[in-house]
Design a protein around this ligand. Structure first.
Ligand SMILES: [Zn+2]
Length: 246
């Protein structure tokens, strides 16, 4: 029984994290974010959802809560880098996990957006990383890391070295990459309930966005943008009835 559950949740993550079935979608023109909800009945939440991501984090509207520290049990289990045409994605062996709400959420993949998807007081950061975790029941928790321009980022450098230029290509990482080293020193975060930021835009995603940004260099940002060829950020979505906790 347990095995079946895990297999099912993996399947749903692959569906959610990659292409959203066989329907083509993108960030520009007739298959861009404004049209996602019309491209497939499976993408309906992109259009009618009331708890969508990303959002603007308006600091004065955030609500003080006793948020517990996220427990990190990350190891250097990143293995492959994939260019799927929507992002550059790093695939792990799934041994790293976090504990939130008393449950283990396993890190399956992390990927990048330029510019950022979340904004803070209306301001975009040049770059954002999403660490996508899943628990044994298929619930998703995503950690968002905002990047500003500055020093070269050592962990990104190891990934960029193996970054496939061609869509559909998968390259094995030649250096050990530990996702823990991507995180900021200060682990305080904002939390809210949202969705996948790509089709099918499924809701019920636990979002954790670190307050402290980390750095990447101008060259690192330029390389990512050149390989992507377009901004791969979904515009911010209405907050509606939600509160962002801090
Ligand atoms: Zn993302």
């Amino acid at each position: 029984m347990k095995k079946t559950l895990i297999a099912l949740s993996l399947a749903s993550l692959c569906f959610a994290g990659e292409h959203g079935g066989n329907t083509q979608w993108g960030y520009e023109g007739s298959i861009g974010p404004k049209h996602w909800g019309d491209l497939s009945p499976q993408f309906i939440m992109c259009k009618i959802g009331k708890n969508q991501s990303p959002v603007d984090i308006n600091i004065k509207d955030t609500v003080k809560a006793c948020l517990k520290p996220i427990k990190f049990n990350y190891i250097a289990d990143a293995r492959y880098v994939v260019n799927n045409g929507h992002t550059i994605k790093v695939i792990t062996t799934g041994q790293s996990y976090i504990v939130v709400d008393g449950k283990r959420f396993y890190l399956r993949q992390f990927h990048f957006h330029a510019p950022s998807e979340h904004t803070v007081n209306g301001k975009y950061y040049p770059f954002e990383a999403h660490l996508v975790h899943i628990d044994k029941n298929g619930n998703i928790a995503v950690i968002g890391i905002l990047f500003k321009l500055g020093k070269e980022n050592g962990e990104l450098a190891k990934i960029w070295k193996n970054m496939p230029q061609q869509v559909g290509k998968k390259v094995a990482l030649t250096s050990k990459v530990n996702p823990y080293l991507l995180l900021p020193k200060n682990k305080e975060y904002y939390r809210y309930s949202g969705s996948l930021t790509t089709p099918p835009c499924s809701e019920g995603v636990r979002w954790f966005i670190f307050k402290e940004p980390v750095e990447l260099s101008k060259d690192q940002l330029a390389k990512f943008k050149k390989v992507m060829g377009f901004p791969n950020n979904r515009p911010v979505q209405p907050i509606n009835a939600r509160k962002i906790l801090k």
